[in-house]
Ligand binder design. Structure first.
Ligand code: FES
Length: 141
């Protein structure tokens, strides 16, 4: 009797179709989730004469998630955020302490992307950074 669980001859046609549909749905979900988990890291060189050579430096890079601004916040620490202001998409600049928008004056905390001055109300998206040998990797989900 235990062998007669999934064969159409042993179970009703309707029950078999429901089970087959569930298996097919689970397979599609698994494939979809696997595709969403792909991470496209961006590698940004840190060269002695480049924009990230000194603390307070920054560099805007293109990624699959749009423009990202990479900040050098310390000798061995970096941070990365969306480079576009959450107000009306002005391209942000790093003044060595905070991210500022030249369009209308919004400012964002360089440690966490939170708004410190409006009119922007929404925090910046942040990205994890990893210091490598002569470069910084930015994880872009
Ligand atoms: S676009 Fe940045 S403050 Fe308006």
């Amino acid at each position: 009797m235990d062998e007669c669980v999934s064969r159409p001859a042993c179970i009703g046609r309707r029950e078999f179709l429901v089970k087959a549909g569930l298996v097919a749905g689970a397979t599609v979900l698994t494939i979809s989730r696997a595709g969403a988990a792909v991470i496209e890291d961006v590698t940004v060189p840190v060269t002695p004469d480049g924009p990230l050579a000194k603390v307070g430096g920054s560099q805007v890079v293109d990624s699959s998630a749009g423009k990202i601004i990479v900040l050098r916040t310390g000798e061995k620490t970096f941070a990365a955020f969306s480079a576009l202001c959450t107000h009306k998409k002005g391209l942000l600049k790093y003044d060595g302490k905070q991210l500022v928008c030249p369009k209308h004056g919004s400012a964002f905390d360089a440690s966490n992307g939170k708004v410190t001055a409006g009119p922007a109300e929404e925090a910046l998206r942040s990205y994890a950074t990893t210091l490598g040998e002569g470069s910084v990797r930015v994880a872009v989900p």
